[in-house]
Design a protein around this ligand. Structure first.
Ligand code: IFM
Length: 451
């Protein structure tokens, strides 16, 4: 169903941008001293990624960054959110710094500034240096400390030129999806490893914020969370209780320690004995004041009670046959987006927010040079309208980053799932602006005329 509306006008200081992540676009995985990350290893294991796809070449952005930045500039956008590949700048995770890695991001950041784009950097979008996985990856507190050292280096080297630094992107994915469901690298399926990873990522975030604040007071610091908007499958007491547990276990275990300084009681009751020894002493490190937080939203979770579900006795349902879905099978529900933001601000003391990711997978291909992706325009316009509504209600949402600038390596789905505003022909690396890209550019241009 195509339904296009014209959201806004947004406040003049609202920022429109696009987002990407290093492993999904850069390629050049063996160049200039970069060493492997867990995703290099994982994607090369047969059966882990659809079609055996890897990020070896991806969008070849490492070599095409200048023309890619030109494209963003041509879209009248104000900001570019990208991630820094930890294994490019500290190839073994800790220890020796790779000057060529820093030089790449020097060029990228300066290239943004020269084009009037605010650089929003993310430190960790899942490409953990593989050396650290050898010691247990995020299950080991050593990784949290290595992350803080890496963060300090980035703040020292780039801090005065960055518009913001996000510590972790979607720690739910790099713990639960990666250590419990085994879908993302490193592909484990262990409840103990999951809980250790959740906790050590929190510690890494807290230590990183402290280390970066010691380097610079200038750059705003935050974290990006993919908080689920959770609905019970129906109004039975059992399913309402399941939805509440699901919220605690999938959202609360991230939001509560970060913004309230403790884990949800239900989580501690059920699984607290599996947290690393001395976890209580880490809570004040985790609960750092932040300048902003990022919300990544795509789709709601509808859940029902299921006694045999491993985590946490609640089961997420697949979207029903008749509901509107994107090509990856995710339900389209813009009202869940505004409900979620409203609920979160009612229940947590949250700082200013950027929508650090929102977008849709539609796999339209070019025909005569045109990608007619009307469904993506519909998705973006209705979701931006949801953001506009909460901004109008006085909630401090300061900007919106469409996911994604261009089609890219969609993790376990490989290249078959396309989220870009720009189409990539992977055989030739030709970029084609989709109709959604033109639509978003127009929106950004109209907005920039307000300034
Ligand atoms: O592509 C991912 C991104 O890396 C993290 N957030 C969700 C996107 C779509 O699945």
């Amino acid at each position: 169903m195509t339904h296009i509306i014209h959201p806004g006008p947004f406040p003049a200081d609202f920022i429109f941008g696009v987002a990407t992540a290093a492993y999904q676009i850069e390629g050049a995985v063996k160049e200039d001293g970069r060493k492997p990350s867990i995703w290099d290893a994982f994607s090369h294991v047969p059966g882990r990624v659809h079609n055996g796809d890897t990020g070896d070449i991806a969008c070849d952005h490492y070599h095409r960054w200048e023309s890619d930045l030109d494209l963003i500039q041509s879209m009248h956008l104000e900001a570019y959110r990208f991630s820094i590949a930890w294994p490019r700048v500290i190839p073994e995770g800790s220890g020796a710094v790779n000057a060529a890695g820093l030089a790449f991001y020097d060029k990228l950041i300066d290239g943004c500034l020269q084009r009037g784009l605010k650089p929003f950097a993310t430190l960790y979008h899942w490409d953990l240096p593989i050396q650290l996985q050898g010691y247990g990856g995020w299950t080991n507190s050593q990784t949290a400390h290595a992350f803080a050292d890496y963060a300090q280096l980035i703040a020292r080297h780039f801090g005065d030129r960055l518009a913001s630094i996000t510590t972790l992107n979607e720690p739910w994915c790099s713990s639960i999806l990666s250590y419990l469901y085994g879908i993302h690298a490193p592909g484990e399926k262990s409840i103990d490893a999951t809980i250790a990873a959740v906790h050590q990522q929190h510690v890494g975030h807290g230590l990183a914020v402290q280390a970066m604040r010691a380097e610079t007071t200038h750059v705003p610091l935050g974290i990006a969370l993919n908080v689920h908007s959770v609905y019970p499958a129906d109004n039975t007491d059992q399913n309402i209780a399941a939805a509440s547990r699901f919220f605690d276990f999938h959202n609360g275990i991230f939001l509560d320690p970060l913004f309230k300084g403790h884990y949800p009681e239900s989580f501690i009751d059920a699984l607290g004995d599996r947290l690393p020894t001395g976890w209580q002493d880490d809570l004040s490190t985790i609960n750092q004041p932040l300048d902003f937080w990022g919300l990544n939203y795509y789709t709601p979770a509808r859940v029902k009670n299921a006694a045999d579900a491993n985590f946490p006795a609640a089961q997420q349902l697949s979207p029903t046959k008749d509901c509107e879905k994107t090509d990856i099978g995710w339900e389209v529900a813009p009202s869940a987006f505004s409900d979620l933001i409203t609920t979160l601000y009612a229940n947590y003391e949250l700082p200013e927010c950027y929508i650090t990711e929102n977008g849709a997978c539609y796999n339209d291909e070019p025909q005569d040079g045109v990608v007619a992706d009307g469904k993506r325009i519909s998705y973006l316009s209705t979701h931006l309208d949801a953001v506009f509504k909460v901004v109008n209600n006085g909630l401090p949402i300061k900007g919106y980053f469409a996911w994604s600038l261009m089609d890219n390596f969609e993790w376990a789905e490989g290249y078959r799932m396309r989220f870009g505003l720009i189409h990539i022909d992977y055989a030739t690396q030709k970029r084609t602006m989709k109709n959604s890209g033109h639509w978003y550019s127009q929106l950004a241009e109209n907005h920039s005329n307000l300034k």
